[in-house]
Each structure stands twice: as C-alpha cells, then as structure tokens.
Design a protein around this ligand. Structure first.
Ligand code: 13P
Length: 292
C-alpha cells in the first residue's frame, strides 16, 4: 500500500524503532524489498537516487513499476516511494511522476538558498500529499558520483530547516555513504542529542546505514533516529551471490546439465535471495518487524 512516509516515521519515533529505507535499482531489487516487508509485516521505504532513476529510464518508469508491483503482489504494509538526495528538478519530476515522498538535498548550497528551495518544495510536496525530507550538513562519502566530506550538522541550522515544515530531517553526525574507512571515529552522539533537542521531536534520518556497528545503530534509534538508509550493503550481497553462482559454473552455456543457468531469472535469483536476507537482517536490527 503506497503511502507517504510521514505517519510511519512519526509512529517509529514514538515507538523507538526505525523504518528501513532501501535503495532500489531494478525490478529484482524492488520485488525483493517489497516481498520481504510484506512477509515481516514491516513498513518500508523504497529509495530512488537520481542516478538509479535515470538508469531505470526515468522517474515515471519507476513510479509505474512500483505502483503496478505493489498492486500485483497485494502488498498491504505501508510502502513509501521516496526520492533519495534529490535535486530541485528531480523533486519536481518525482512529484509529477507519482512518488509519495521526496528528499531535497540542498546541503551543498549556501544555507539561505537551501532554506529558500526547501520551503518552496515543502509547500509543493504537501499540496500533493507527499512527505519531504531535507538535509543540512553533508553526508560524507560518495554516492551516485557525488562526493562530500563527512560533516556534523549545526543544531541551529537544523532548527531553521525543521521550522519550514519539513517532515523528517537528514543531519550529518559523522555518517558517510559507502564503506567506512578503518579509522572512522564512529557516530557523533553528542551532535545527535543536540540536534534532537533542537528539532522538536521530528523524525531524524541516518544515511550511510551500511557498516555502522549494530550497537551504534541501536543507540542512534534510541536517541531520535527513525529512518535508516541502506544501499551499499544490498549491492555487496547481490554482487557476491551473483559472483558465487557464476564461479560455480552454474551459468555455463556449454554445460547441458546446468539447465540453462544463464537464464536471467535463474542468474539473478541468488542475488535476489541475498537482498531479501539482508533486508530481513536490517529490519530485525531496526525493530520494524510487525510494526505495519
Ligand atoms: P549506504 O550506501 O552507505 O548504505 O548509504 C545509503 C544512503 O544513505 C542512501 O541515501
């Protein structure tokens, strides 16, 4: 059931758990996340980056696929279709395409411009019934070819953004996208607490969910994080499962005993199952099972 993400995250904040945001890249990814959420009776957020949207031939294609799949699979748990790190134009595209939630990432803009654009998009998103996430204090690492140094957000700037009426806030607390370097210092809980205190109980978003130790994830949830974004983890397990399948010779077209293991429906199955297992592991960790 496609819904905007506001209510599920307000409920998560009150209930001291987090909803997983899993980035999708294609049909297999989408089906793996949707079916797992349904099996575990968990709310879920499907994240689509601008790059993934382009890969899938545009946001209209993505929205049509997700809506049709949600219906065909008879998904009854709450599902938000959410733009991840959107530009201004991508936000407008996704509103038009039928997404239920957007993120405007103005963190690389001067603060005044970030505030101005966020306000405009908040009004627009709300007029069409979508929820909106905004960001201040860039998340470090590289995603979709965009690299940013890890920043710790300023609580006063967070408050300015929240006062615009956004629904949830991504604020850097030392988290980064992708694999964490060996000398990473961990999440900055002092910053998280100050941001949480300054932002009137709004659900907070933790990007860069891959590679953060479980105890830090649990602590972040107990101290105000209600949405956790995961992308690289699913990519890694999908790639590994596919590599293992091929290395085992199962896609070998010259081996007649292999029953056409090169058929994409067979070739992509181990990766699909691996994503399902990873999503389940994260939902258990985040505490969202049976919270639909
Ligand atoms: P990871 O790729 O580090 O899991 O981060 C995902 C993310 O934050 C998407 O916005």
């Amino acid at each position: 059931m496609l819904v905007n993400a506001k209510d599920m995250l307000v409920k998560a904040k009150k209930g001291h758990y987090a909803v997983g945001h899993f980035n999708i890249n294609n049909l297999e990814w989408t089906k793996a996340v949707l079916t797992t959420a349904q099996e575990l009776n968990s709310p879920v957020i499907l994240g689509v980056s601008c790059g993934a949207g382009k890969y899938m031939t545009g946001m209209k294609t993505v929205a049509s696929m997700v809506r049709a799949m949600d219906e065909a699979l008879k998904i009854t748990v709450p599902v938000a279709l959410h733009l991840d790190h959107g530009t201004y134009d991508a936000c407008r595209d996704c509103i038009e395409a039928g997404f239920t939630s957007i993120m405007f990432d103005g963190s690389s803009l001067p603060l005044e411009q970030n505030l101005y654009r966020t306000k405009e998009l908040t009004n627009l998103a709300h007029a069409y019934g979508l929820s909106i996430e905004a960001e201040v204090g860039a998340i470090g690492g590289t995603e979709d070819g965009v690299t940013a140094d890890g920043e710790v957000a300023n609580p006063a700037e967070c408050k300015l953004l929240v006062d615009l009426g956004i629904d949830f806030l991504a604020a850097g607390i030392g988290n980064i996208h992708g694999i964490y370097p060996a000398d990473w210092k961990g999440l900055n809980f002092d910053a998280l607490n100050k941001i949480n205190a300054a932002t009137n109980n709004i659900p907070l978003v933790l990007h860069g969910g891959t590679g953060i130790p479980d105890d830090q994830i649990k602590r972040a949830i107990s101290e105000g994080v209600s949405k956790i974004n995961v992308n690289t983890d699913c990519q890694l397990v999908f790639a590994q499962a596919t590599i293992d399948y091929c290395k085992a010779g199962k896609a070998d077209p010259t081996d007649e005993n292999k029953d056409k293991g090169y058929d994409p429906r067979k070739l992509l199955k181990p990766g699909y199952e691996a994503i399902k297992a990873k999503v389940k592991e994260k939902m258990e960790l985040f505490g969202s099972i049976n919270k639909a």
